[in-house]
Design a protein around this ligand. Structure first.
Ligand SMILES: O=C(O)CCC(=O)C(=O)O
Length: 258
C-alpha cells in the first residue's frame, strides 16, 4: 500500500484555511498514486479548545463531507483527527473514509493530555480504534495514547497489522515520539504509520518527524521538521513472517499480567 503522510502546519482555530490547505496536499498526494493519505491530529482547528463550541463539527459536518468526496473522487482512503461535537460534548476523533466514501474508523481519543488542558474541554472516548483497511486489520490512535503500551496491545490482539497514529507532538519531546513509536512497532510486530504536525501555536512548537516503521522496527521513511508530504510503501504480508519468526503473541502469559 502506498502511503502519503501530510506533515502540515495548522492555522489556529481556522477550519476553512486548514481545509483548503489539506485539499491541496491531498490532490498532490494522489498524483503519486497514494492509496492512503494521513492528516495530523485536530488538523482543522489545532488546540483552539476554548472555541470548540464554535468550530467543532458533528460527523456530517463540512470537513467530513469534503474528505468523503475527495476519497471517492480520487479512489483513496483519507484519515486524520477532527474536533467532534456530539450533543453538548466535544471529542478529539480520528476518522478514516475509504474509497467508497464509507467511514471505516471513528475513534475518540481515550487518554486526554493534561499538559495541553484537553481534560478541561473534552470528553474521552471509551472504545478501541480497530478498523478494516481494505481487508487488512488495522488500528488508529491519537498522540498521547502511544504512551500507554497496554492500550496499544489490546488493539493488536485481533491480528491487526498496522497502527496509525496522528499527533500534535511538541518539539522538545520529539525523541520520546520516535522512541515510543519504534518500540510500539517492535513489541507489537506491526507497521507504525504516524503523522505529526509542524509549526507553532501560542503555547507549543510542534516537532514533525512523521514516520513509517516496519514490524522489525526499521524506519522505512521519516520526515524532518518542515512542511512536507512523506511518502512510503508498506507490504502488510511482512507482518506474518516476523510473527512466525519470534511468536510473541503465541508466547504471551496474560494470566500473569494483571
Ligand atoms: O505525550 C506527549 O508528550 C505529547 C502528547 C500530546 O501532545 C497530545 O496528546 O496531544
Amino acid at each position: 500500500m502506498k502511503i502519503a503522510i501530510v506533515q502540515m502546519d495548522i492555522a489556529f482555530g481556522d477550519p476553512e484555511t486548514n481545509r483548503s490547505n489539506a485539499k491541496k496536499y491531498i490532490e498532490k498526494a494522489v498524483k503519486k498514486d497514494s492509496e492512503l493519505v494521513l492528516l495530523p491530529e485536530l488538523w482543522t482547528t489545532g488546540y483552539d479548545l476554548s472555541r470548540f463550541e464554535e468550530i467543532a463539527e458533528t460527523l456530517d459536518g463540512p470537513t467530513h463531507q469534503m474528505i468523503r468526496e475527495l476519497a471517492r473522487e480520487h479512489n483513496v482512503t483519507i484519515a486524520g483527527s477532527i474536533a467532534e461535537r456530539d450533543g453538548g460534548h466535544f471529542y478529539n476523533t480520528f476518522v478514516a473514509y475509504d474509497s467508497t466514501g464509507e467511514r471505516t474508523l471513528n475513534y475518540r481519543k481515550v487518554h486526554l493530555f493534561r499538559l495541553m488542558n484537553e481534560e478541561k474541554f473534552l470528553h474521552s472516548g471509551n472504545a478501541k480504534g480497530n478498523f478494516n483497511l481494505g481487508g487488512v486489520k488495522a488500528a488508529g490512535v491519537i498522540c498521547y495514547d502511544i504512551r500507554f503500551p497496554e492500550w496499544m496491545r489490546t488493539h493488536m490482539l485481533d491480528g491487526s497489522k498496522a497502527l496509525f497514529v496522528v499527533a500534535e507532538w511538541p518539539k522538545p519531546r520529539v525523541d520520546h515520539w520516535r522512541t515510543l513509536l519504534i518500540s510500539r512497532a517492535i513489541e507489537n510486530q506491526c507497521f507504525v504509520i504516524a503523522c505529526n504536525r509542524i509549526g507553532s501555536d501560542a503555547d507549543n512548537t510542534f516537532g514533525g518527524h512523521s514516520i513509517i516503521i516496519d514490524p522489525w522496527g526499521t524506519i522505512i521513511a521519516e520526515a524532518g521538521g518542515d512542511e512536507e508530504i512523506l511518502y512510503g510503501e508498506v507490504d502488510f504480508d511482512e507482518v506474518e513472517a516476523i510473527r512466525k519468526q519470534i511468536p510473541i503473541f503465541q508466547d504471551r502469559r496474560p494470566g500473569l499480567y494483571e
